[in-house]
Design a protein around this ligand. Structure first.
Ligand SMILES: Nc1ccn([C@@H]2O[C@H](COP(=O)(O)O)[C@@H](O)[C@H]2O)c(=O)n1
Ligand SMILES: C[C@@]1(CO)OP(=O)(O)OP(=O)(O)OC[C@H]1O
Length: 160
């Protein structure tokens, strides 16, 4: 068994779509990034890479590479998962938390879980997504950005 954790933060700005967990969420601002800035999927990618001992998202998908400009992060998640599987590892389960003062994530949680489970080719009960505010505290609390963390557990594909 191997455990990994991931953390990501992106700034909220005008004139960008808000995409989290592969869901476009109606909101007056969106997350700034080289990719679609899907903070939740980036945290999950980093957790998967960490558990597999494969470094981090910036190493594999550098933000200096124009081919990743505005890329749908579901594609990064699929590519990350392919690397994990190449090491003979498979997902046991993943848990993630989105930190956002607004908007409310709860209505979009089931679709996020469907998107992530589908990208990873696992049943939805292996994926859990939560959301919390930071009670108005800090940069996230002031609505300057949105953060996410994730923890994943991997096992040898031969042990299942
Ligand atoms: N952006 C968010 C933040 C929270 N939720 C849901 O509300 C619950 C209570 O949040 P607290 O920050 O007050 O603990 C939380 O458990 C989520 O279900 C949300 O949907 N979107
Ligand atoms: C995802 C990548 C892809 O170029 O771009 P960003 O959207 O800037 O996201 P970040 O979480 O800063 O990770 C870096 C990059 O790998």
């Amino acid at each position: 068994m191997r455990i990994g954790m991931g953390h990501d933060v992106h700034q909220l700005v005008r004139d960008r779509k808000l995409v989290i967990g592969g869901v476009t969420i109606p909101f007056e601002r969106g997350l700034l990034g080289h990719s679609d800035a899907d903070v939740l999927l980036h945290a999950i990618c980093d957790a998967l890479l960490g558990a597999a001992g494969l470094g981090d998202i910036g190493r594999h998908f550098p933000d200096t590479d124009p081919s990743y400009k505005n890329i749908d992060s579901i594609r990064l998640l699929i590519a990350t998962h392919d690397m994990v599987r190449s090491k003979g590892l498979e997902l046991v389960n993943l848990d993630a938390t989105i930190f956002a003062e607004a908007p409310r994530m709860a209505p979009f949680r089931p679709q996020m879980i469907r998107n992530i489970a589908s990208a990873l080719g696992v049943p939805e009960d292996r994926v859990n997504v939560k959301a919390t505010t930071t009670e108005g505290l800090g940069a996230v609390g002031r609505g300057e950005g949105i953060a996410a963390t994730s923890v994943v557990l991997l096992q040898s594909a031969m042990s299942s």
